[in-house]
Design a binder for this molecule. Sequence first.
Ligand code: KG4
Ligand code: ZN
Length: 394
Amino acid sequence: MKILGIETSCDETALCILDGSGDLNSPSFSVLGTSLFSQVKIHEQYGGVFPALAKREHAKNLVPLLKNLLQKTNLSKNQTAATAKENLKTEQKDYLKKLLEKEPELFECLDKYIGTIEKPNIDAIAVTFGPGLEPALWVGINFAKALNYLWDIPIVPINHMEGHIVSVLASAQKNITFPALALLISGGHTELVNIPNWTKYEVVGQTRDDAVGEAFDKVARMLSLPYPGGPHISELAEKERKENKNPANKKFSFPRPMIHSHDFDFSFSGLKTSILYKIKELKELTPKIKQEIACEFEDAVVEVLLSKTKKAIEKYSSQSLIIGGGVIANTQIRSSFQKLDAEFPSLKVFVPEMSLTTDNAVMIAMAGYIQIQKDSSTLKTKPETIVAQGNIQL
Ligand code: KG4
Ligand code: ZN
């Protein structure tokens, strides 16, 4: 089954076409092609994602990305200009104009190019409907609705966090066995999710304030590192670990918030504040000091994440641990979690391949496939019922 994935919840405009097969016990995927435009450079100057700008960029880029993707995958022929001209009829134009009232850039692109694209051989469109930035989510949803109207391909609405969970399936060599536990660590979320089987997600712990990725980005800003700060902190911390092999020589010691609490919740704002106070005390922030702070911050994060996850594995007798979200691109966090199966011999640990750690459309298309396997009536979802839900929970 071929699925077009659309992801526009934040600052990546991502499309992909995926071929899925197999049932829920052993799904198998082959990525036919991907097309991505990252807005990171555009938002860098604002030190964070600027929603109105993200929305406009998605609207400008979706149609060219789709054209490029369909060319790459050979799933649709480009039509001659003569045929193309006749393709969009007046009533279609009027319908799309109304649908895309709030996305004039998207309407313009569709009007100009969509007639040159032949209906592709695709069975479903999976689109992120939340959580994320609502204006950005709406562009992806309305794009999916426009394609559904023009090509009559069903839409499956996808929760972005389910996308991060299934992101591990692209490369899973072994089957996920249940109960599974997912640790989701991204720019907007820090969650532990107990998964008795694919049809149930039970959020058992979450952050009470900042998400892990957000803490990385805020600490990076305190150290005058560019946005997004996670990869920069990670690089400095790695350098420090190479230079100082003896942890007893550490200059800084930061708190491990809520490490001893009897629940699975997290808190990272206290850690961030204690770093802020430390920086204020220091006369200057030399490159070496920045490295040392980055390293100790990362150690504190790893310790808290590991400790809470281990407690949850014990409580829920988890057979599989799935880790998803942009922060699992972090080398130290990745390697610390990959070692966990030595401590829990019956546990299988799944981390996504690097290209699927940050936001992408492959995970959205895979989630679409899983959704269809769980309940095929999802293919009958009425497009007009799909709305952006910025704060939707799993
Ligand atoms: O999943 P994601 O792409 O977007 C959200 O859904 O939020 O995650 C983005 C987050 C950012 O906060 C970014 O700084 C963080 O992932 N991140 C990292 C690394 N790479 C990305 N954090 C720590 N170390 C990294 N190597
Ligand atoms: Zn994400």
